[in-house]
Design a protein around this ligand. Structure first.
Ligand SMILES: CC(=O)[C@@H](O)[C@H](O)COP(=O)(O)O
Ligand SMILES: NCC(=O)COP(=O)(O)O
Length: 251
């Protein structure tokens, strides 16, 4: 699998888990808006934040605070609910990424089942697009889901790379390679259908290279690892190193 491409690859820094740490104690520190500012200074191309229905990390007030803190494009991740749609329409972020959510899950476990919800998602997306947000769907690298994403009017798909990251971490090379192939195939199909292709979830310094080499990808969203790594080397250094590895993988 050769990923040689001239297409630039953006890094969206997800600051959710700065809020996780803040919420562990209550109060204001550490401040996700400050993290977003620092990410911008370190060379991030965008800021991602996920306003979960249970507000376990990002809370409503973080959305305007982060938007005011940076000039970068904001990618608001959210479930396809009426409450979240109203919030997105009030703030009009650059991008809205619709993700599946279950309260019991520890983190986003899988992709959105777009194929099973075509009519509802079509109607849900239309006002977001009309308000000027680019609409992205967070999906598994599955051809039926990519085709459904194109049908419902999404402009972008973000491929969930969590399974690939887990197989690689477990040392299951066969499953890791098979998942990587699925990601290459889904990316090529999405691009062919006119969708912009992003990827994210669980990326770190050990697994980002093969993903960054997928030629159709134009954006990676990375958060949990970068916030964790910030404890050891600082957020600025963690973001710069991730950028370096992404660029290297692209060459
Ligand atoms: C959808 C997604 O992948 C991200 O939002 C990220 O994983 C951080 O949020 P959670 O850890 O709450 O899923
Ligand atoms: N959509 C994926 C994202 O924003 C970051 O995921 P993670 O790096 O926090 O797992």
């Amino acid at each position: 699998m050769n990923g040689r491409t001239d297409r630039p690859l953006r890094l969206g820094v997800n600051i959710d888990h700065v809020a996780t740490l803040r919420n562990a104690r209550g109060g204001r520190d550490p401040d996700p808006a400050r993290a977003a500012r620092l990410a911008q200074q370190a060379g991030a191309d965008g800021i991602t934040l996920h306003l979960r229905e249970d507000r376990r990390h990002i809370v409503d007030a973080d959305v305007p605070a982060v938007m005011a803190a940076v000039t970068l494009p904001i990618n608001l991740e959210m479930a396809a609910t009426a409450e979240m749609q109203a919030i997105a329409l009030a703030h009009k972020p650059h991008a809205v990424c619709i993700v599946p959510e279950r309260r019991e899950e520890r983190t986003t476990e899988g992709g959105l089942d777009v194929a099973a919800d075509v009519d509802r998602l079509h109607d849900f997306i239309a006002p977001l697009r009309a308000a000027g947000s680019r609409v992205s769907l967070f999906i598994a690298p599955d051809e039926a889901q990519v085709e459904a994403a194109a049908r419902v009017g999404a402009q972008v798909v973000e491929l969930h790379v969590g399974a690939y990251c887990e197989y690689c971490a477990d040392g299951d090379d066969a499953a890791c390679d098979a998942e990587l192939r699925r990601l290459f195939t889904a990316s090529a199909l999405a691009h062919e259908l006119g969708l912009e292709v992003h990827a994210g979830h669980g990326l770190n310094f050990s697994n980002v290279g093969p993903i960054a080499a997928i030629p159709e990808l134009v954006e990676l969203n990375i958060g949990h690892f970068l916030v964790g790594e910030a404890v050891f080397i600082g957020l600025d250094a963690a973001i710069r190193e991730m950028r370096r590895q992404m660029t290297q993988a692209r060459m």
